[in-house]
Design a binder for this molecule. Structure first.
Ligand code: FNR
Length: 369
């Protein structure tokens, strides 16, 4: 179907399923074990209901915002997803370009299919990027990588903390992984340490240090001046510990349902985390909370913002729109989310992002509330 026929993020998913190689589809679409969390990630947003206000002047709606010192067209960013070339030959390069056109930040993945230099070269002058970090068992490699990010003006480092072992993703495991041309941190082939016999997931496991723990946080902070955040926080205690450690924020994420199964959707974790941070006396300016996982509608972004998230990350919608229509598919997908968010804001009586409050939603159907 023509791009103009795409009306929502689910439409892109349907097209992607048709056009993608089954191996790539298996890697992108799969979740951990029984995929309970994967399915619930989006469903959980439907347990939050709207509490609109009326007779507010909504002739002009301002969706713009900024987080971590970066301005964005709306409270949205493209989160890191490994191996974008499985979607489209232009891979991460197309995502960098689409992010600029859509006016949102992109978090570069450590396990990219293009090299870091190629991704940085695709950047427009002044375009802001974030970066996701898997800490390598060989710390010097991580340090070099981080130094290079900082030297190139990358704004913030999101350290993935929910993957000391990659989840069992059976759809993916049934595929033999033979990605060509991927650059998983350089010379993996040469070292012969990659087991490609059990799907993409197993092939990238060897790049992640399972010994990483809270005592490594000062080390991470010592090797860079970039803001350091944790990606993959799932409860109030860990968010508070991150705040007390002087980190710049966290992402409430279950890795798109690909890691521990039957854990909660980010939107379900959000009220607990905001409550715990407030009880710990946190200041909003010092610690930024994001969520990702299952964000598929403008209303989902609205609900996350209402409950305290500075912005939402989207993963699969980017990959699926890239696979279906390339760079312009991604841009259209964001414009659709933007239109949806604008409508939800207008119908809720909120003309700007700061005017969206917890009183605009009802959370009583979420766990613990
Ligand atoms: C991911 N995600 C991920 N996260 C990360 O920190 N490092 C990584 O390399 C990857 N790789 C990756 C590959 C694929 C194919 C997917 C789908 C996801 C997780 C990602 O950053 C994010 O948490 C989820 O994708 C968010 O959920 P949605 O938007 O995909 O539902």
């Amino acid at each position: 179907p023509p791009l103009a026929a795409m009306l929502n993020t689910f439409d892109f998913e349907s097209v992607a399923r048709e056009v993608m190689e089954s191996q790539a589809w298996g890697y992108y679409s799969s979740g951990g074990d029984d995929e309970i969390t994967l399915r619930d990630n989006h469903m959980a947003f439907q347990r939050v209901t709207m509490r609109p206000r009326i007779l507010v002047n909504v002739s002009e709606i301002d969706l713009t915002t900024s987080f971590l010192g970066v301005s964005s067209a709306l409270p949205l960013y493209f989160t890191a997803t490994a191996l974008a070339k499985l979607a489209h030959q232009d891979g991460e390069v197309a995502i960098v370009k689409a992010a600029r056109k859509a006016g949102v930040p992109y978090m570069l993945p450590t396990l990219s299919s293009y090299t870091l230099d190629e991704m940085l070269d695709a950047r427009a002058p002044g375009q802001e990027l974030f970066s996701q970090l898997y800490v390598n068992p060989e710390r010097s490699r991580t340090q070099e990588y981080v130094e290079k990010l900082e030297k190139n003006g990358v704004r913030a480092l999101f350290v993935t903390v929910d993957a000391p072992q990659l989840g069992r993703r059976e759809k993916d495991m049934r595929n033999k992984f033979t990605q060509q041309g991927s650059d998983v941190q350089g010379d993996d082939e040469a070292e012969g340490e990659v087991d490609r016999s059990q799907g993409a997931t197993r092939a990238i496991s060897s790049f992640i240090d399972p010994s990483l723990n809270w005592e490594d946080v000062p080390w991470l902070q010592s090797i860079t001046k970039m803001k350091v955040l944790l990606k993959g926080v799932q409860c109030g205690e860990d968010a508070v510990q991150a705040y007390k450690a002087g980190l710049a924020g966290c992402v409430l994420s279950n890795h798109g349902g690909r890691q521990l199964d039957t854990c909660r959707s980010g939107i379900e974790v959000l009220p607990e985390v905001m409550g715990a941070l407030q009880a710990a006396g946190y200041k909003k300016e010092d610690f930024t909370v994001f969520i990702d996982g299952g964000i598929r509608r403008g209303a989902d972004i609205f609900k996350a913002v209402a409950l305290g998230a500075a912005a939402c990350g989207i993963g699969r919608p980017v990959l699926y729109s890239l696979a279906s229509y390339g760079e312009k598919g991604i841009v259209r997908m964001v414009h659709m989310l933007q239109d949806e968010l604008q409508m939800v804001m207008r119908l809720s009586g909120t003309a700007s992002i700061p005017s969206i409050t917890p009183n605009h939603v009802i959370t009583r159907n979420l766990a613990d509330h």
